[in-house]
Design a protein around this ligand. Structure first.
Ligand code: AMP
Ligand code: MG
Length: 418
């Protein structure tokens, strides 16, 4: 079998697809589970199959406000007059049995009385004292939610591995299930590297910058429901980096760093990792984010992201996130990609797959248009913050003209719907 991390032929630089194949072949769902209450479940990954313990609805109910009757009591033509024998409220059923020529006043969600098989909506009848007149065109066997219509007792409702959203949790509650088994959250420890970095509670001196990457990373991790352990900032010294990497690997399933993975003298993460762990590869043909290290330190998976703030966002989104979703025990869904008309020209040099940040909008005629965020340098995080999608340009593309159709990957959608 060929090793996806070391393709037999081709260039040393991996395509994003090759890198993802390598990473997804390496990482496995974390072991361990816990029983938690429904309200703590959003975003968690189900670790059991859920079968319905009951029929849903549990009883046949009216789906409208109106009158319940037996279809055999309607005349084949002309108005049928039925006597109102009582009321069936939601939660307070009518307990009698319908006799010939009777109907029951009924409300949405109320139990269908014995012998009734149809409901006529109140707007379609005339009420006369204690009776209603039902026109001949009334449909019978209508407006009833039959017992078990939605779910049969024993039916598979939710599959192990599903990441739970609001509707899933509502379904569980409708089945009377108050707590469920979910997979343990992967623990991710992360830190920034760079002598120039300063924490937010300190004054900046000439040549220094605030450490923003840890905040971006925290937000990205939090959005997919990861237990994030922020280990702060480390300078560009081998000892300090080695110590921080080892500490991080002891307390987590995944270690993420930013900075120091390029080829300058101050880029110490790669050489340090080579001495204390294993590196799988460290170049991906994507932009931003070409230098990216992936490997292992003891039992922890390691991602060394580039330092530039936009590269951190893009490489996390495109590379780390699918790996984390797999470790969470859920399936990595297909990307949501759209076609849109690009409203300005894009320059690009062939060679690497590019993710250009942009704004996706729809015209009043329903046409999808996309506006690139101007300068695409990878230090410019403000334009990342102002964008809602990536324009995805294949490696061999040399850009686009204004008016060309381009491929667009919305950014928010995968966070909330996978
Ligand atoms: P590096 O990959 O370490 O060469 O860093 C590339 C660029 O990203 C440099 O301009 C760094 O100053 C900047 N950078 C690195 N780490 C951070 C960080 N945590 N927050 C903001 N900028 C950073
Ligand atoms: Mg650096």
């Amino acid at each position: 079998m060929t090793d996806p991390c070391h393709p037999q032929s081709g260039p040393k630089v991996l395509s994003l697809k090759q890198a993802l194949d390598c990473i997804l072949a390496h990482v496995a769902p974390v072991t361990g589970d816990e029983q938690i209450l429904l309200k703590d479940c959003p975003g968690r990954v189900l670790h059991q199959n859920i079968y319905s313990p009951v029929d849903i609805p549990q009883d046949s109910q009216s789906s409208m406000d109106g009158y319940a009757f037996n279809s055999a009591d309607l005349k084949t033509d002309g108005v049928s007059r039925l006597t109102i024998a009582g009321i069936s409220w939601a939660g307070r059923p009518y307990t009698g049995t319908l006799k010939t020529g009777e109907c029951v006043r009924i409300f949405t969600g109320a139990l269908i009385p014995d012998k009734a098989d149809s409901v006529v909506i109140q707007e379609n009848v005339l009420t006369r004292a204690k009776a209603v007149e039902i026109p001949s065109r009334t449909r019978v066997l209508d407006n009833i939610r039959l017992r078990g219509d939605e779910l049969r007792q024993g039916a598979l409702v939710l599959k192990k591995g599903k990441r739970l959203g609001p509707a899933d949790i509502g379904v569980l509650a409708s089945l009377g299930i108050a707590d469920i088994k979910v997979r343990r959250k992967p623990r991710v420890a992360f830190f920034s590297t760079g002598d120039e970095l300063v924490p937010l509670d300190r004054q900046i001196q000439a040549g220094q910058i605030y450490d923003s990457n840890r905040y971006t990373l925290y937000g990205l991790l939090d959005a997919i429901g990861i237990e994030a352990l922020d280990l702060g900032t480390v300078g560009d010294q081998d000892n300090a980096i080695a110590e921080a990497l080892l500490e991080a690997s002891r307390i987590s399933d995944v270690v993420i760093t930013s900075g120091g993975v390029s080829v300058g003298e101050a880029d110490r993460v790669k050489p340090v990792l080579e001495s204390i762990g294993q590196i799988e590869f460290w170049k991906i043909a994507m932009k931003p984010g070409k230098p990216l290290a992936f490997g292992q330190i003891d039992n922890a998976v390691f991602f060394g992201l580039p330092g530039n703030p936009v590269s951190v966002f893009v490489t996390f989104y495109q590379v780390v996130r699918p790996a984390l979703l797999r470790m969470m025990g859920t399936t990595v869904g297909k990307k949501v990609l759209l076609q849109a008309r690009c409203v300005s020209a894009i320059t690009k040099v062939p060679g690497r797959q590019e993710f250009q940040r942009a704004t996706l909008e729809w015209t009043e005629h329903g046409e999808a248009t996309v506006l690139p965020a101007g300068k695409q340098q990878s230090h410019n995080l403000s334009t990342m913050a102002a964008s809602n999608c990536f324009i995805v340009l294949p490696a061999d593309s040399d850009g686009a003209e204004a008016g060309d159709t381009v491929e667009v990957e919305p950014i928010d959608v995968p966070f909330h719907f996978n």
